[in-house]
Design a protein around this ligand. Sequence first.
Ligand code: PLP
Length: 379
Amino acid sequence: MTGFETLAIHAGQEPDPTTGAVVPPIYQVSTYKQDGVGGLRGGYEYSRSGNPTRTALEECLAALEGGVRGLAFASGLAAEDTLLRALCAPDDHVVIPDDAYGGTYRLFAQVLQRWGLAHTPARLSDPAAVAAAIRPGQTKVVWVETPTNPLLGIADIAALAEVAHAAGALLVVDNTFASPYLQQPLALGADVVVHSTTKYLGGHSDVIGGGLVAADAGVAERLAYHQNAMGSVAGPFDSWLVLRGIKTLAVRMDRHCANAERVVEHLLGHPVVEEVLYPGLHGHPGHAVAARQMRAFGGMVSFRVRGGEEAALAVCGRAEVFTLGESLGGVESLIEHPGRMTHASVAGSPLEVPADLVRLSVGLESVEDLLADLDRALG
Ligand SMILES: Cc1ncc(COP(=O)(O)O)c(C=O)c1O
């Protein structure tokens, strides 16, 4: 069993041994009868430490990312927090992207900084800038998003793995925007992959979840220890929803990418659009790297609107098929204004986003309806 689609449907999901149920049951249970003290059935003793539905998701995540172990969390941020507090200690340092999800930046700037973890933003498309931001001996993690949220910048994962490893640091890649179908960071040298499974993996805007997949058994062991010790685990029903979403990830991603390409072409010709940000464009500075490390360029598209913030807000307000809302990666198309919405927490920081920026999560509706809606929204 090696094909991506086969793994997505079957990895970790053998028919249930009790009934033959072809999808893993939702084990909505907190504790397990022991056959004598310490006599655990299948290793389960308490659902924070392990739950069979969560195990199925964790095994599937590990298979899709090609790692030794996967772990499922209550949210993407819970996964990030657990990872950082497992791999770093007070007085350590992390290099972070100069463009990243606002909540990730807030975790570094408002929460982990008080805990004693320092950070430096660097331009990830420039490995020399990342190397210069590293503090030898103190930097434990280089944190990568690629494509970045919301500017869709591209980082060369293999090059940054070399930079991080030369300094004795681990390379962590937030693979939320690409999903494992489009990009597999561990195969390119990354040490840990992070996901907000809320997005493409879940795929239906009905669950909040997070995931970690590690390449190395020792790192995985530390992460698993902290997952149990810190407790921010995915519940059984949420794990089941993400597993259900994953089964169709490949076909969904193919259509997300195809629809996004049509949307990009359409936006490029529009007089109100100042600039389109999409790694599939030949003129995008990260295009060659993206073409090398991604299967296709994804379903996220950002663009800048002539007329500044007011004009960008008006575009968001006029869209109808593109629903005005935060998040991404679901079957329904979403539109948002990062400066006022997902990235409000980076205002005034080095990660501040342009006020005229609009971000689209291109969904799976009929593409003609999406294009007509954009025409209406652009005015
Ligand atoms: C790239 C990226 N990483 C992490 C997160 C955080 O995930 P969650 O909202 O599931 O906590 C998000 C959320 O939007 C995201 O876009």
